[in-house]
Design a protein around this ligand. Structure first.
Ligand code: GLP
Length: 254
């Protein structure tokens, strides 16, 4: 279903290094403008370079995270925060433990939540976001099936934080991080599409040839729940940073 399309700012970087640098600069500029910025943080291989540059900029005293607040987008259900494939571990290891974020300003999804109490958990997570004034900048990666966070195809536009069954394609793609595919959790908890759309600004990152097709359908195809990222076409302040491979199927390059 096509609703309406708002022009997105699309930046095509020379390569992955440059994409990562531009993403880190984007985040730092936002923090300079608002030192108490509220961020939603992604995981996956794509943002690793951005986190590396953010830590570097912090070490060079170019940015101060002491008032910044962070929420993570998603987490596998059933993994402890110490599990090497949990997103809590990933974020702590690659970013949170290396900058001066205050413990009370870090809000991670709970992979060990009691799934039978999920609606209570979700309500609380959304309330915590509201209490800090909402998300200023949601940083996103994208799955090959168009998922953002873990909002798989079919996710409703107004969906909020909830537990979701992972798509077969996602389980297959993410199995590369586990010893074998049977170890990949089948459920996850994720901010909803509605939670993400409520953010003031959105920054989406994608790199590599295997993202070219989904970037084309998300950015230039119809807005449809079958491709969750296509819904970003309805948000007024989206910036997309791509490397040349991920941008290779776009017709319109800004
Ligand atoms: C996981 C995360 C997503 C992320 C995606 C892409 O499935 N839940 O939030 O966008 O991976 O990962 P990668 O950057 O490794 O391609």
């Amino acid at each position: 279903m096509l609703y309406y399309r708002i022009p997105m700012q699309i930046i095509v970087a020379r390569n992955y290094e440059s994409l990562s640098q531009k993403a880190a600069d984007f985040v730092v500029s936002a923090i300079l403008l608002k030192p108490s910025l509220v961020l939603a943080l992604p995981t996956g291989s794509t943002p690793l370079g951005m986190y590396k540059f953010l830590v570097e900029l912090y070490n060079r005293k170019k940015v101060d995270f002491s008032q910044v607040k962070v929420f993570d987008l998603d987490e596998y259900c059933g993994l402890t925060p110490e599990h090497s494939q949990s997103y809590a571990f990933y974020l702590r290891h690659n970013f949170l433990s290396q900058v001066n974020l205050k413990k009370e300003n870090i809000h991670l999804q709970d992979g060990l939540l009691d799934v039978s109490q999920a609606s209570q958990y979700s309500k609380q997570f959304e309330e915590t976001i509201e209490e800090v004034g909402g998300i200023d900048l949601a940083i996103l990666g994208i799955g090959r099936n168009g998922h953002i966070g873990f909002n798989e195809p079919g996710s409703k536009v107004d969906s909020l934080t909830r537990v979701i069954d992972l798509d077969d394609k996602t389980i297959q793609d993410n199995s590369r991080f586990f010893e074998n595919i049977s170890e990949v959790p089948r459920k996850a908890v994720t901010m909803g599409i509605g939670t993400i759309l409520n953010s003031q600004k959105i920054l989406l990152l994608a790199a590599g040839k295997n993202k070219a097709e989904v970037i084309n359908s998300s950015m230039e195809g119809p807005v449809t729940v079958r491709v969750p990222a296509s819904i970003l076409q309805r948000h007024p302040a989206v910036t997309i940073i791509l490397d040349q491979d991920a941008a290779s199927q776009l017709k319109r390059k800004e």
